[in-house]
Design a protein around this ligand. Structure first.
Ligand SMILES: [Zn+2]
Length: 198
């Protein structure tokens, strides 16, 4: 088995389970609890890089778009442990941490294409321009199939020449693929692509 980030062979250590080698996990070794994530966001708010400062501002309140929450991350007990979640969807050297936090009131605003197809709504899916001016997939079953989600994902990575550690995003539910085109030929679309529920 090989590291999903660098391709080096994995030794049978704890990193074997999540498919990322110890070297690739090194930048994230100090992230153990929700409090560490909150602290990293506060560090990012004081970054020398304006883009990082601005982006971090968007992570402070409740999540308002897509997969939403009623409360901000700071509402969670700081000592709540976080665990690495093995997912090929998070690209580059970034990683996904997860923890359970029903107190945030998470709701899923999107499902993987696969789930929408299993539910039998493939023919109701449409392609249209979404919030960020990119084409996205939508399905008008939100009223019936919007689900609560207690599991929270946090994506952390490194950016810039000095590889600054940055919280990229956090949201309820598992990470999904961004839509890259292919509609209406669903066989060409990755089954983990996000379909927004409306
Ligand atoms: Zn590696």
């Amino acid at each position: 088995m090989q590291c999903s980030k660098c391709g080096n062979n994995l030794h049978k250590t704890s990193s074997h389970e999540i498919g990322i080698c110890d070297d690739c996990l090194l930048p994230y070794r100090n992230l153990k609890m929700v409090g560490d994530i909150c602290e990293l966001i506060y560090q990012n708010l004081n970054s020398d890089c304006e883009a990082i400062r601005d982006h971090s501002q968007t992570l402070l309140g409740p999540r308002k778009h897509g997969n939403t929450t009623k409360c901000p991350l700071s509402y969670v007990n700081k000592n709540t442990p976080i665990e690495l979640f093995p997912t090929p969807i998070v690209k580059g050297d970034a990683v996904c941490f997860q923890f359970n936090a029903p107190e945030l009131g998470g709701m899923l605003g999107a499902l993987p294409l696969l789930d929408v197809q299993i539910l039998g709504y493939t023919h109701q899916i449409v392609e249209r321009v979404g919030l960020h001016s990119h084409k996205e997939l939508f399905c008008p079953i939100g009223a019936i199939h919007r689900q609560e989600a207690n599991k929270i994902s946090v994506i952390v990575g490194q950016t810039g020449d000095d590889k600054e550690l940055v919280v990229f995003t956090w949201h309820p539910g598992n990470p999904l693929m961004l839509y890259e085109g292919g509609f209406p030929d669903f066989e060409r679309i990755d089954p983990m692509t996000a379909v927004k529920l409306v």
